[in-house]
Design a protein around this ligand. Structure first.
Ligand code: NPQ
Ligand code: MG
Length: 375
């Protein structure tokens, strides 16, 4: 398959509600949308989830824009990609590009979508997914008060979400969880610190062990597997790693050293769907549960997350909420909605199974650029 052109759109979309975590408060989502076209005019879409600010990860829309154009796009455009496995061929070509997993994931996703459309197969089928609908939860940001948080949890439970995740940070942790637990004693509940603690300050979280939480997500620094191991030894509640796992090797080592007992898989954070499936497979082989994380994706990335979460070892509900939890107007014509049983249906049309609303995309685009193969 020879690519005829690659187009990159830097987009900025307003969020329905501000989203606050230990790393900041966001009112808009920036990302890079990737459009890949082959010589026959088939089109594939991808989404690079890097944000405007380096709060969650070091990558930003600015760094990804640079890496995509200077290094990743030329590698993909240079010569025809392997027809049977274009994503794997692309990843081989960019092995020498150190880091920048989100930039790689965005282009890789467009190649999966294109491959699926060319072969008439859904991404779910290409990845080996087994579920037609997947159970989902919701991630609730830090709220102005504990009362507001409890109200918000109640609102999402009324909508049918199966599992609640609340964001915590030092000083906004045990009290919040206690209040939510008092109001909702049996709701599947978990917390996410986004690296806001140290081994010392995380000892204040010890009372969380008595609230029957599903897991405590990423309490410590992203580059600190060892202290997560020490912390796990002090807690009955499973520690789940998010930011720390950016490649399959990290997942293997974290499980070997008991630094985590659950893994959050985000295809963007780990450099694409191929790595995401590899992490799923290695956790599955050890009987370790995984779940699909989210980064406020547009309909493009949301469709990819649904296909990924349909693999058999995604046994905990994902952070894959309905479109209207984040966006009043999305850039895909499809809007994902919650089924009555707290699931979202996995698309089954070829590729990602979505159609991009080009007028919405244009309305949100800050700038775009198009690259073609060398003459
Ligand atoms: C998490 N997601 O699990 C992340 C945090 C997060 C749904 O809680 C741009 C880039 C926006 C990365 C928003 C949820 C993001 C982002 C939230 C990561 O830690
Ligand atoms: Mg997280």
């Amino acid at each position: 398959m020879q690519l005829a052109r690659l187009t990159f759109y830097r987009v900025r979309m307003p969020l329905q509600h501000p989203f606050e975590t230990s790393f900041g408060r966001m009112t808009h989502r920036e990302c890079i949308v990737v459009e890949a076209e082959d010589e026959a005019g088939h089109i594939g879409w991808g989404e690079c989830p890097a944000d405007r600010d380096p709060g969650y990860a070091y990558e930003t829309t600015g760094t990804a824009w640079h890496i995509l154009q200077e290094f990743l796009a030329p590698a993909a455009l240079q010569t025809p990609l392997n027809d049977e496995a274009p994503a794997a061929d692309f990843q081989r070509r960019v092995r020498a590009v150190r880091g920048h997993p989100m930039a790689k994931a965005g282009l890789e996703m467009a190649l999966w979508d294109l491959h699926g459309r060319r072969t008439g197969r859904s991404l779910r089928a290409l990845l080996g997914g087994v579920q037609e609908r997947v159970p989902v939860g919701v991630s609730i940001g830090l709220q102005p008060s504990t009362d507001a948080l409890v109200r918000r949890v109640g609102d999402f439970l009324a909508l049918g979400y199966r599992r609640i995740k609340i964001k915590i940070k030092p000083g906004r942790d045990v009290g919040e969880v206690a209040a939510v637990r008092r109001a909702f004693p049996d709701t599947p509940l978990q917390v996410d610190a986004n690296s806001a603690y140290t081994l010392e300050t995380a000892r204040a979280l010890k009372p969380l062990d008595d609230f029957n939480l599903l897991l405590i997500e990423q309490p410590l620094a992203e580059d600190d597997l060892w202290d997560h191991h020490k912390l796990q030894a002090e807690f009955r509640t499973p520690i789940c790693l998010d930011e720390s796992i950016v490649a399959p090797r990290h997942a293997r080592q974290a499980l070997e050293m008991d630094a985590a007992r659950v893994i959050n898989i985000k295809q963007g954070r780990v450099g694409g769907l191929l790595n995401a499936v590899a992490i799923h497979n290695l956790a599955q082989a050890q009987g370790v549960p995984v779940w699909c994380g989210g980064m406020l994706e547009t309909g493009i990335g949301r469709a990819a997350n649904l296909a990924l979460a349909s693999l058999p070892n995604f046994t905990l509900p994902g952070d894959i909420s309905a479109t209207d939890r984040y966006y009043a107007r999305d850039i895909t014509r499809e809007r994902f909605t919650l089924n009555a049983d707290g699931t979202i249906t996995v698309p089954d049309a070829p590729g990602l199974g979505i159609t991009v609303d080009r007028s919405a995309l244009a309305a949100y685009t800050l700038r775009s650029t198009r690259l073609t193969p060398p003459a």
